[in-house]
Design a protein around this ligand. Structure first.
Ligand SMILES: Nc1ncnc2c1ncn2[C@@H]1O[C@H](COP(=O)(O)OP(=O)(O)OP(=O)(O)O)[C@@H](O)[C@H]1O
Ligand SMILES: [Mg+2]
Length: 327
């Protein structure tokens, strides 16, 4: 057992989530939206897995399935060694304290009519602690995210976007989770503020041993915080590697295209690839073969016909591409 010495917080195996195609709310018109189509990964305790890909590739669906807000159609979700894929509702509740989510828009998790102190305190109600202790804990949580305790009586609209995201982090930390899913947590913020929030998350991880699933469409942002990175396209992971390896030796044409949109990264190796044009195709009934075939500058006949499994470029670097596998 190669994983015996590693402490794995979360393991996802063969995860699939398909949504039926509907017209309006009720009428099913046949076909499936293959939002997540067979995804595997694991996150070690205290580490960050970055999940990157364009809009609609299935990132949030993975997050919602892990958090038990959606039922998986296939596959397993194993949290700290326990299979939670098909837990009854009563066992899901305690799990909600262990896993928290931070969204792009912290307004979503903060009630506009409550002071931020009240919002954070509300999150603590599930814990068995007295009102006085809760108040003290709110102050402590605000300090942890760099917001003065005097601000506990202010309302969410009185804060800047970056401060609101800090408050969202404080609220998530309240229940002492071990896994935090960060779904585009900095995408709505200015670049300078993005760096502050990422540094805050990194500091908290080092201090508290948190595991993160860090979701973003921006490879640059993912690179700062992640130990490993999974690049997703239309419900598939196309490339998986340590963050260092992915930036130094990216292999999949899709990863290269994402990187070419990152200003700080030089064109890589011989395969210079232009940024992607157009939108991601719909994951509704995707064609056979490689999911990236329709936009890939290196596409050949085999890519349109045969689906490819992972090719291992090295022990920790796997990629789904006929061209790379055949090199
Ligand atoms: N409840 C649902 N019913 C039907 N289709 C859905 C549902 N939720 C998501 N989808 C579809 O599944 C696909 C993946 O959506 P998802 O929200 O996971 O993408 P994402 O990678 O998080 O995108 P973004 O970067 O825009 O947040 C999309 O095509 C989306 O329209
Ligand atoms: Mg999303």
């Amino acid at each position: 057992m190669e994983n015996e010495d590693k402490n794995i917080t979360l393991k996802v195996e063969g995860l699939k989530k398909y949504f039926p195609v509907r017209r309006g709310f009720f009428q099913r018109i046949g076909g499936w939206i293959k939002a997540v189509d067979g995804v595997d990964f694991e996150i070690e305790q205290g580490k960050t897995l970055g999940l990157v890909g364009e809009s609609g590739c299935g990132k949030s669906t993975i997050a919602r399935t892990i958090l038990k807000l959606l039922e998986p159609d296939h596959g397993k979700i194993i949290y700290q060694g326990k299979d939670i894929s098909n837990l009854p509702e009563k066992d899901v509740k305690p799990l909600r304290k262990e896993m928290q989510i931070i969204f792009q828009d912290p307004f979503g998790s903060l009630n506009p009519r409550m002071t931020v102190g009240q919002s954070i305190e509300e999150g603590l109600r599930t814990l068995d602690i007295s009102r006085g202790d809760r108040k003290e804990r709110v102050g402590e949580l605000l300090r942890m995210v760099g917001i003065s305790n005097n601000n506990a009586d202010r309302y969410p609209h009185e804060f800047s976007g970056g401060q609101r995201q800090r408050i969202g982090v404080a609220r998530a930390l309240g229940v002492e989770p071990s896994l935090i899913i960060c779904d585009e947590p900095v995408s709505a913020l200015d670049v300078s503020i993005q760096a502050q929030i990422i540094n805050l998350l990194k500091g908290l991880q080092d201090r508290l041993g948190l595991s993160y699933l860090f979701i973003s469409h921006d490879l640059n942002v993912v690179g700062y915080l992640s130990d490993k990175v999974a690049v997703m396209y239309l419900g598939h992971i196309m490339e998986f590697a340590s963050a260092g390896d992915l930036f130094e030796n990216p292999l999949h044409p899709y990863t290269l295209a994402l990187l070419s949109a990152v200003p700080a990264v030089e064109p890589v190796g011989k395969m210079e690839i232009k940024p992607l044009a157009g939108e991601v195709p719909s994951p509704q009934d995707p064609p056979p073969g490689c999911k990236f075939q329709g936009r890939c500058p290196l596409v050949e006949a085999r890519c349109r016909e045969e689906e490819i499994d992972f090719y291992a470029a090295n022990k920790d670097h796997i990629v789904r591409c006929w061209k790379v596998a055949g090199r």
